[in-house]
Design a binder for this molecule. Structure first.
Ligand SMILES: Nc1ncnc2c1ncn2[C@@H]1O[C@H](COP(=O)(O)OP(=O)(O)OP(=O)(O)O)[C@@H](O)[C@H]1O
Length: 251
């Protein structure tokens, strides 16, 4: 029996080594989002600007985490790096156990499409498309079309409490409703990570809370990992943890 276990352990080790080198899957990391020693230097007007300094951060699966900090402290830069939209000048980023800082552009684009949903401050909805069409368009990009797309879009609208608003254009929706459509759109393809940049900044307190409760539900009921950059102190109580950034340093 012991010999069999030894053989299995050996096989497991070999498999992990192979998967790590070929697919950048890291079996030693546990967090859904991990930044290791991330730095960002930008050359601007013959000057070197150090925007991020040695950022270490680990966010666990199913947590809802807020990143706060003064304007210009580096929050959006860090969010863009963690989302794979910007390449850091130092360090490594792991999402769901895979090192995204080692992926090619094509691998990264595919990974983002499959695993990350984005939510923006100004909703980014297509103004000429109805609520349901905005969601269907995102499903089409992910390869889901026709009747299946319509059915899934309707289910997502129901999930965010807007089943009766499917045929309305964004201009006929309130700010909070627009953001809920944007959340439904971010949920297309069931991403495991949701990243949001100031999702409640354009909303009144009540709508902001509704949006946060929805995001918290996604984390706690569906196991999504949610990362939010915000200046909005009204939503802090719904987060599991709040991180602070100052002058490119994470505290
Ligand atoms: N491409 C760039 N070239 C030069 N400077 C840049 C560039 N990108 C960001 N910066 C600078 O890096 C710093 C951090 O910017 P960043 O947008 O990440 O801050 P932030 O904390 O998100 O700010 P805000 O809360 O105002 O959105 C700022 O001083 C900004 O001017």
């Amino acid at each position: 029996m012991t010999k069999e276990f030894e053989e299995m352990a050996d096989y497991k080790k070999k498999f992990e080594k192979f998967a790590q080198s070929k697919y950048q899957i890291n079996f030693t990391t546990r967090g859904a989002i991990i930044a290791k020693n991330v730095g960002m230097v930008i050359n601007s007007k013959q000057q070197q600007l150090q925007i991020l300094k040695k950022v270490y951060w680990e966010i666990q699966k199913g947590d809802i985490e807020i990143l706060m900090g003064p304007s210009g402290s580096g929050k959006t830069t860090l969010l863009s790096i963690l989302a794979g939209l910007l390449t850091p000048t130092a360090g490594n980023v792991y999402l769901l156990g895979q090192e995204i800082t080692r992926m090619s552009r094509t691998q990264l684009a595919k990974f983002r499409r499959q695993n990350i949903g984005f939510i923006f401050q100004d909703f980014n909805l297509f103004p000429a498309l109805t609520a349901i069409e905005n969601i269907e368009t995102a499903l089409n990009v992910k390869g889901i079309r026709g009747r299946s797309a319509r059915k899934e879009a309707q289910a997502l609208l129901e999930q965010v409490g807007l089943a009766d608003k499917a045929k309305l254009l964004p201009r006929d929706l309130s700010g909070g409703q627009k953001q809920r459509v944007a959340i439904a759109r971010a949920l297309t393809g069931s991403p495991q990570i949701i990243m949001a940049d100031e999702p409640t900044a354009a909303l009144d307190s009540h709508s902001g809370h509704l949006v946060m409760e929805l995001l918290r539900g996604l984390a706690k009921e569906q196991g999504c990992t949610v990362l939010i950059v915000t200046h909005d102190p009204r939503i802090l109580d719904l987060a599991d943890r709040v991180a602070h950034m100052e002058d490119g340093v994470l505290k």
